[in-house]
Design a protein around this ligand. Structure first.
Ligand SMILES: [Zn+2]
Length: 135
């Protein structure tokens, strides 16, 4: 009887461990789904130079845009929008952080080129629809 009791205690413990592991798994998966659900795909890619909105594109466009900045136009970043994602393909900034940045596609995501004061941001809607640079 003692053996039986110990054995059933052991089984109960294993069962509890399995339930606990399953519960953790469910919470983890639910958390992941929740995070993905709160990520909202953007509609526009906006380029700001020194805080001023300069270019605006639909994220569904296929765009390769040279962003030229600097007093003598000596700074360049190449913005590429493809397959609903924006990235910087080339730049002549010293740190190269913008080029190394992963593609962005969700609202609020940005690629920043600090040396060139260029900010590429994914937005839900453009702040100013009457830009002449809108393609
Ligand atoms: Zn850069």
């Amino acid at each position: 009887m003692i053996f039986m009791k110990n054995n059933s205690d052991k089984n109960r413990k294993i069962r509890n461990d399995i339930i606990l592991a399953a519960a953790i798994l469910v919470i983890a998966v639910a958390g992941l789904l929740f995070l993905n659900a709160t990520k909202e795909s953007g509609s526009y890619v906006v380029v700001k130079i020194d805080g001023v909105e300069k270019y605006s594109y639909s994220i569904t466009d296929n765009v390769t845009q040279e962003i030229i900045t600097g007093e003598n136009g000596e700074h360049t970043n190449t913005l590429v929008i493809k397959d609903g994602k924006a990235s910087v393909s080339t730049a002549n900034c010293p740190d190269g952080i913008c080029v190394g940045h992963r593609e962005i596609s969700f609202v609020g995501e940005t690629i920043v080129c600090l040396p060139h004061k260029v900010v590429i941001e994914v937005q839900k809607e453009t702040e100013n629809q009457s830009l002449d640079a809108v393609v």
